[in-house]
Design a protein around this ligand. Structure first.
Ligand code: HSE
Length: 437
């Protein structure tokens, strides 16, 4: 039986999951691959921790060079994370003509253009299914299953921490801080939750997906990012009165010569399938010109789901090695000469529908002052409710608009905020509703 030797850099949570699959399901993988995947060396600074994995003698080492310099190792898995040591080691692996598998979305989103170009220079593959959506096969779907489609849009829930917190606020009425503490206690949120709750983790994933979908360079810097830390139980309750749930959505749309790419809390109708994605689960909808809509749903994080995606990449690379067919599927989905620098549409230029909550005094003329300003900016109101409840001496006026331009909305809300009769800064939440023309 042929053997393909694999090395691993970093053996934390995901690395341990990968080792478990490779060691405990070796027979299953052999039956599918037609060769043995041999985990030859695993480098980690911690050699003593009990990972619950039985490595053979000499497999676990504390020096990455042992992996890099082993000529038998053709595939290296990077599960260190971070953007410094991991980048350096990946570059060294590529230069040593080893194929690399990584789950490192932050690194790929910020420095992927350089890394993919280095991989091409050395004629090796850099595989990254686990970087986006955990076990959900979103990269394979984009690159292979949808190869005959133009991707019109992708809308998804790509951060399980945020989805867990929003589910908790929706179902228990907990304030954000309490829902976050619960997520931390259950291990869904980090001690420093900023990367997740402020939307940056989802932006990393959207930057990767957007590049693959439209044949463009990875462009993290131009993605609009807004997190969920200002979402209140009150807004969730009002959203529900309008027939909406609130989700942190990653949204990417083909606008011809430009691309929309944004992360923000979004109201979606109850009958949108993404509305039913609860707790830490992820889901991504592709809208394509031939296939129509495809929804992929699953675990976007966690040891074994992420390891499942890493192992899928290892097996893909091993198949390429067995059949001498590396580079068969272009890493970024398009041939390098067809990857363009398509600009991301500035947020001010997007059009969508909006929910506003305005804290205003309950006296004659207030509603007409507010609606007058909206009218001045060509923003048409679809529905308005004035709630009886007083918050800080004001009553909430909540409204839903028809389609409006973001720049106009921002200017109108700034003007509304400056009215004497308006208290706290108005709340704005964008709406994605396919039921509305
Ligand atoms: N922290 C992420 C999440 C998983 O909560 O979905 C890794 O990207």
């Amino acid at each position: 039986m042929k053997q393909i030797h694999v090395g691993m850099l970093g053996c934390g949570t995901v690395g341990t999951g990968v080792a478990r699959i490779l060691l405990e399901r070796a027979d299953l993988i052999r039956a599918r691959l037609g060769a043995d995947l041999v985990l030859k060396r695993v480098a980690d600074i911690d050699l003593t921790r009990d990972r619950g994995v039985r490595f053979g003698k000499g497999v676990l080492v504390d020096d990455a060079s042992v992996v890099l310099e082993d000529p038998d190792i053709r595939i290296v898995v990077e599960t260190i994370g971070g953007e410094t040591v991991a980048k350096d080691l990946i570059l060294r692996c590529l230069a040593a003509k080893k194929h690399v598998v990584t789950a490192n979305k932050a690194l790929l989103a910020s420095q992927g253009n350089e890394l993919f170009s280095e991989a091409m220079k050395y004629g090796v593959d850099l595989a990254f299914e686990a970087s986006t959506g955990g076990c959900m096969p979103v990269i394979k779907t984009l690159r292979e299953a949808l190869v005959g489609n133009r991707i019109e849009e992708m809308i998804g829930i790509l951060n399980g921490t945020c989805n867990y917190i929003l589910t908790k606020i929706t179902e228990d009425g907990s304030p954000f801080e309490k829902a976050l503490a619960d997520a931390q206690q259950k291990g869904y949120a980090e001690a420093d939750p900023t990367l997740d709750v402020e939307g940056f983790d989802a932006a990393h994933k959207l930057a990767i997906l957007t590049a693959l979908a439209y044949g463009m360079q990875i462009n993290l810097a131009d993605i609009y990012v807004e997190g969920i830390s200002r979402i209140t139980p009150m807004d969730i309750e009002y959203a529900r009165e309008f027939g909406y749930n609130i989700k942190l959505l990653a949204i990417s749309k083909d606008r011809g010569d430009r691309i929309e790419a944004r992360i923000h809390p979004t109201m979606i109708p109850f009958d949108n399938l993404l509305s039913s994605v609860r707790g830490p689960l992820n889901a991504l909808t592709f809208t394509c010109d031939a296939a129509g809509d495809i929804l992929i749903y699953g675990r976007g994080a966690g040891m074994m789901p992420t390891a499942s995606a890493v192992v899928a990449d290892i097996v893909d690379l091993a198949r390429n090695l067995l059949h001498d067919s590396g580079g068969r599927v272009p890493m970024l989905s398009f041939q390098p000469e067809h990857i363009r620098n398509i600009p991301v549409l500035p947020m001010a230029e997007i059009t969508t529908r909006y929910y506003f909550r305005i804290a205003a005094q309950d006296r004659p003329g207030v509603l007409s002052a507010v609606s007058g300003i909206l009218g001045d900016y060509d923003i048409s109101i679809k529905s308005v409710h004035q709630k009886g409840r007083k918050t800080n001496g004001s009553v909430p006026i909540v409204m839903i608009t028809h389609w409006a331009k973001e720049a106009d909305v921002q200017k109108a809300l700034a003007e509304i905020a400056s009215l004497d009769v308006v208290g706290d800064a108005p709340v704005l939440i964008r709406i994605e509703d396919d039921n509305e023309a």
